[in-house]
Design a protein around this ligand. Structure first.
Ligand code: ZN
Length: 230
């Protein structure tokens, strides 16, 4: 089952605190991405290991008690595999990704492992509540990797649910030694093994915070996400 710890519209309002812990996420999956309370680093989980990627892109194991206001995880059981066998530009990679899915209208988890000529990631600084996500990401810090081996962990969300999760692809990167990474902005793969899981259903928990319970969601989620996540 695909598990989402909260809808992304809460994050877009600047609700950066929730009470879902990494230990809770572990029960829901061994693979995934997200962020931590107050946007304190990017989260990535692979093979049951959860990491916090800090503002500089450095990785450290995430502690079980740490909390997340937005995360997507699953027990990764790929059913399809693909390969990128020769170097691609970022544009060609994006184009290739468009053709990989059997249908654009399902949810997918994707693990891509291999060599990259270049990877560009970002992390956002620790941010107080109510500051809109699109403002927080204006202060993001970029990290560039050259000739690096590593993993892309991520999901594809159909375009009709932009209030729930980031439409299209959303990947986080971590290098092979699990020492650095971040939210993927662009990459030029050399050789990649791609594995794919399809989801026909999902589980979404809704926050119980007062902020969430009393919010009226009028924001254009699709437009804000275009600015914040790409
Ligand atoms: Zn991200």
């Amino acid at each position: 089952m695909l598990y989402m710890s909260s809808p992304i519209n809460a994050l877009l309002e600047g609700f950066y605190r929730d009470d879902i812990t990494i230990d809770t996420l572990r029960e829901k999956g061994d693979f995934g991405i997200g962020t931590f309370n107050n946007l304190d680093g990017e989260m990535i989980a692979l093979g049951g290991r959860f990491f916090q990627l800090d503002l500089d892109g450095n990785a450290r194991p995430a502690e079980g008690g740490m909390k997340t206001p937005f995360s997507t995880v699953c027990h990764f059981q790929p059913v399809l595999s693909e390969e990128i066998a020769m170097p691609l530009s970022h544009e060609a990679f994006t184009e290739r990704l468009k053709g990989i899915l059997p249908s654009d209208n399902m949810f997918y988890a994707l693990h891509m492992e291999g060599r990259f000529r270049a990877v560009k990631t970002r992390s956002v600084p620790r941010t107080e509540n109510y500051r809109p996500l699109s403002e927080a990401t204006e202060r993001q810090k970029i990290r560039q990797f050259q000739d690096v081996e590593g993993h892309l962990v991520g999901f594809y969300t159909p375009s009709f649910v932009p209030s729930v999760n980031v439409p299209g692809y959303h990947f986080h990167f971590i290098d092979k030694t699990f020492s650095a990474g971040g939210h993927l902005l662009s990459c030029e793969p050399g050789h990649l093994d791609i594995r794919l899981q399809i989801f026909f259903s999902m589980e979404l928990t809704l926050p119980k915070t007062l902020d969430y319970l009393t919010a009226s969601f009028t924001r254009d989620a699709k437009k804000d996400l275009e600015k914040a996540e790409k």
